[in-house]
Design a protein around this ligand. Structure first.
Ligand code: NI
Length: 151
């Protein structure tokens, strides 16, 4: 178990595009384990590899539906819309309202390289869209209205 340092807005790495994951061995498994530990410690809903300074297309999500790992994800379909409050572990002490699809269908690989397709709705869909944006250097503050300082 290892907690990694979460980089913060202003660090140029957060604005870079992440690269495809090609390694499905021990190194990627270790990184995912560390990301999970880091996410739980920070009490977050999602964490992308870029947030721990690794420019790889992968993220982890922890929501009511469970804990999920997405590697080389592609959102293949979205529908509906929802507007809700969002925050980010790389943008501390802030939150903002963001419009997202209400439903997403996402295709990705697991840590063994096996492909899967998953359908998510509501907050789970929001978390996926937020993390997915991280892979292309996009932060929710780019899309948020009513950005506010948290108590
Ligand atoms: Ni974030």
């Amino acid at each position: 178990m290892a907690i990694r340092n979460i980089i913060q807005v202003g660090d140029p790495t957060l604005r870079k595009k992440s690269f495809e994951v090609t390694d499905f061995g021990k190194k990627t498994a270790q990184l995912l384990d560390d990301m999970k530990d880091t996410l739980y410690k920070a009490n977050g809903a999602g964490l992308a590899a870029v947030q721990v300074g690794i420019l790889r297309r992968m993220f982890v999500v922890s929501v009511e539906e469970g804990y999920f790992e997405f590697i080389n994800p592609v959102i293949i379909k979205t529908s509906g819309k929802q507007v809700g409050s969002e925050g980010c572990l790389s943008v501390q002490h802030k939150y903002g309202e963001v419009e997202r699809p209400n439903k997403v269908i996402i295709k990705a690989q697991d840590r063994n390289g096996k492909e899967f397709t998953l359908t998510a709705t509501e907050f789970f869909a929001r978390a996926i869209c937020h993390e997915y944006d991280h892979l292309d250097g996009i932060l929710y503050i780019d899309k948020a209205t009513k950005l506010e300082v948290a108590d």
